[in-house]
Design a protein around this ligand. Sequence first.
Ligand code: NOJ
Length: 508
Amino acid sequence: MGVPWHVLAAVLAVTLVITSTVSSSAAEMRKLPEGLKLGVATASFQIEGGWNAADKSPSIWDIYTHMPGKIKDGTDGNDTCKSYEFYQRDIQMLKFLGVDFYRFSISWPRVLPTGFADKISEDGIGYYSRLVDELLANGIEPVVTLYHWDLPQSLQDLGGWANPLIADWFEDYARVLYDALGDRVKTWITLNEPKQFIIYGYGMERFAPNIVSAGIGDYIAVKNALMAHAKAWHLYDKEYREKQKGTCGITIATDFREGLSDTPEDVELGRMVMDFEAGFYSHPIFSSTGGFPERMIKRIAEKSAEQGFPRSRLPELSQEEIDFIKGTSDFYGFNHYSTKFYTADGYTKGMYPIPSYEDDIGAVSSYKDYPPAPIIHATKIPNGIRKALNWVKDNYNNPTVLITENGYGNYGGVDDPERIDYYKAYLDAVLDAIEVDGCNVTTYTAWSLMDNFEWDSGLGAKFGLFEVDFDDEQRTRKAKLSALWYKDFIAQRSLDPDYLPQFEENKF
Ligand code: NOJ
């Protein structure tokens, strides 16, 4: 049946008007998708201080930061932002921003001073319980990470993540928290960034616990961490989900890795490095087959054989373990900061220790010609976040993604337009990933609420929306320009590429 030409012409004209309106307004102002939740994040060791308050025992980071020469600027985490004392001010700052949720983490040695679940600290659990209550009273949803790197030293003395029994210890710890807070906490994150705390902590001197068992101990710890995560998830799934009606998952650092050039060698190398970077932790949980990525299994087996090891340095996962780990996350917790480019050209044996994670990769990396950010791992390459979100979507059947961290670091100042610039560019790419590519992103979290203890870089490296005066006993916080911008972004629920707030002083 023919459609009269004037009807076709009218439809075409209307379509043109609609399309041009949509695309021109998209270039100016982008409305956020309905239901996208916005928040900010911190972690216990980075903000709490009170390192020996009440009956808390030392964590591996307390011990590590007290070793001379470990932290670049010589600072330690003893007091940091004093949030253990001043958490109510943190809540005022969250209210000021207008966030939907606050992601924070729990200090294992503060809640379980022996590391084991024989004795629960009243002070420790009381602190987190008050924090949760007051967040909820202010209309802010708590999103809780069980482990953001501060292991009780008592458990490290038994091998920490290199001891397979840690899966049971972690399950016991998780049970204590589900019991104490699960009536009010509906989003649990088991582990934050396994790569960073394991490869840097058990394969390099860069992080606590300062165990250098490169390419061996770190790989063992990865297997144990996956088992620990899976145990905590199964526990929630079987015993708590029905009554508490929450969700439980893992957060994986999903920075993007790609080949330096378009040659087939570089392209394939990029895929392998992405497996080393993120697939190592996500493939066992989110893929349909489970287990470690094939490219890694093959590469590490070959290198191990060349190096005279009687078996691969990458531990095996039995079929039972593969099945136990597979499917154990209700969402993909996604942290992202930047992108690196890899090529095997110019890689020579001995550039990195043999064996090691980097030598197993066997390539050189760079940020290409992107201008390096003051804190290099937050170099602004916004289309990398879109690629990484698509990598998750394509490899793992488009899971629900919680962006649990994204942010920019520098060396200070409340006047921080470059941080706003980073957020705008990354959020624009996230919106493309959602709207154009169909990625299933439900939350966006800025790292971080305030300047805090940036691990091996110390207090000098700053990722906060609020500045903290570390010389002031009261640890006064001041809203940076970026905090004023994020506040407006949350209120408008749209991304305006031209908007820059006027600076005004807001102290907490
Ligand atoms: C990821 C980590 O989870 C967080 O603790 C750290 O401060 C940020 N990256 C910035 O480096």
